[in-house]
Structure formats: structure tokens, C-alpha cells
Ligand binder design. Structure first.
Ligand code: AMP
Length: 214
């Protein structure tokens, strides 16, 4: 299945995508993770992307469309994949449809994670991520056993530069302006299901399973 997870930053798409990887075996394709890897490696693409990401803006469509085109042609994507954070604009969604059409495939479902902005600010500003394994914590609601250290692999936890309050506000504006219209794009195609992303993670998982199976 080719599944698109739609929703604002901090709505839990990444957490739920990781669960689906374990349960269903489809790879999680996160353009945010791909860009952060490029930044970590210091590539030209990473340097270019960083200037946009640090101020909460979107990286140009051509960059992320290229990344997804390359990644989805790899063998582990043959039986499906989960798109987490892509598409984020209408031109990205159109490019995705064209690309999949050329390969005889299509997006089967798009699931919209619905949640208020006020909750996102506290979720994102308290978020801490493991530098090595990518595990995610929250300083209040899901703290690690030892402050600043990952429970799973013992590496250090960081706060993403773009999880600072001023950048979060910008990312939410960008979401409402450029990404939210994708709900209508997929609704018109008869592929959209919505879920309440403010619920506890296990309830969201169940709602997501129902959305995928329905
Ligand atoms: P994320 O980890 O998905 O929250 O993405 C972090 C940042 O990476 C975003 O704020 C954007 O600057 C950039 N980014 C990730 N995915 C995309 C995309 N599909 N289109 C444009 N920019 C993206």
C-alpha cells in the first residue's frame, strides 16, 4: 500500500509511521529525516536545505520531489511505503501522482492527523530526539529515564533547531497555507480519512489501522 500521512508538524505522523513499519513492514519515507541526514553529512543538498529548515520554511519542491523519486525506486518500496511529511504542497502531490502513474501505481490512502495548534506548540517545544536511533521523547509527557539520554541506545538527546518556539510558529503558518489544502486534494480523489491526533498514541494507532483497513 502507498499511504500518505498528512498533518501538521508534531501531530504524531512520525511516531505512527514507525509503528506501521514494525507492524506492516512498509518502509517509512520521511523527507524531513532524509534532509536531516543530508545536513549531517554536510552535502551540498543538506547545506541548501538547512537554510530553509532553520527558519521553518519549506525546502523547494524540486529538491524533495527528487529525493522521493530516488527513494521510492529502491527495491524495499516495491510492496508499498508510508509517506511521512511528503507531499507538503499541491505541486508535490501532483508530481507524486505523475511519478506513480508512470510506474503503474497510485496513492491508495491519505490519512489526516487533526489537532489544534495550541497543543502542537507544547508538543514540539518539549520534543527531544535521539541523535543516533531517532527515538523521540517529550520532557513532560514521555521523558527518558535519565535526562538527555536515550533509553533505547544510550546516545544523547537533542532539541531540533526548528523545534524552538519562534520557528514552530512559522512552521504552523506554512502548514496552514501550503500543506492543509492537500486534505481537499485527496478528499476529491476519494482517498482521505481523518483521525483525532490529540488522543493518546495507542488510540491514534487503532484509528489509523481502521483507516488503512477501511
Ligand atoms: P519534518 O521533520 O517533516 O517536520 O520536516 C522538517 C523540515 O524539513 C520542514 O520544516 C521543511 O523545512 C523540510 N521539509 C521536510 N519535508 C518537506 C517537504 N515535503 N517539502 C518541503 N520541505 C520539507
Amino acid at each position: 500500500m502507498i499511504l500518505v500521512l498528512l498533518g501538521p508538524p508534531g501531530s504524531g505522523k512520525g511516531t505512527q509511521a514507525k509503528k506501521l513499519v514494525t507492524e506492516r513492514g512498509w518502509p517509512q519515507l520521511s523527507t524531513g529525516d532524509m534532509l536531516r541526514t543530508a545536513i549531517g553529512k554536510g552535502t551540498a543538498l543538506g547545506l541548501e536545505a538547512k537554510s530553509y529548515m532553520d527558519r521553518g520554511a519549506l525546502v523547494p519542491d524540486s529538491v524533495v520531489i527528487g529525493l522521493i523519486g530516488e527513494r521510492t525506486s529502491q527495491p524495499d518500496c516495491r510492496s508499498g511505503f508510508i509517506l511521512d511529511g511528503f507531499p507538503r504542497t499541491i505541486p508535490q502531490a501532483e508530481a507524486l501522482d505523475q511519478m506513480l502513474l508512470g510506474r503503474g501505481g497510485q496513492v491508495e490512502k491519505a490519512v489526516l492527523f487533526e489537532i489544534d495548534d495550541s497543543e502542537l506548540v507544547s508538543r514540539l517545544s518539549g520534543r527531544r530526539t535521539c541523535t543516533k536511533c531517532g527515538a523521540m521523547y517529550h520532557i513532560q509527557s514521555a521523558p527518558p529515564k535519565k535526562a538527555g539520554i536515550c533509553d533505547s541506545c544510550g546516545s544523547s538527546l537533542i532539541q531540533r533547531d526548528d523545534d524552538q518556539v519562534d520557528v514552530i510558529a512559522k512552521r504552523l503558518v506554512v502548514y496552514h497555507q501550503q500543506t492543509a489544502p492537500l486534505a481537499e486534494f485527496y478528499r476529491k480523489q476519494g482517498k482521505l480519512t481523518s483521525l483525532d491526533a490529540s488522543l493518546p498514541a495507542n488510540d491514534v494507532s487503532q484509528a489509523l489501522s481502521r483507516a488503512i483497513s477501511g
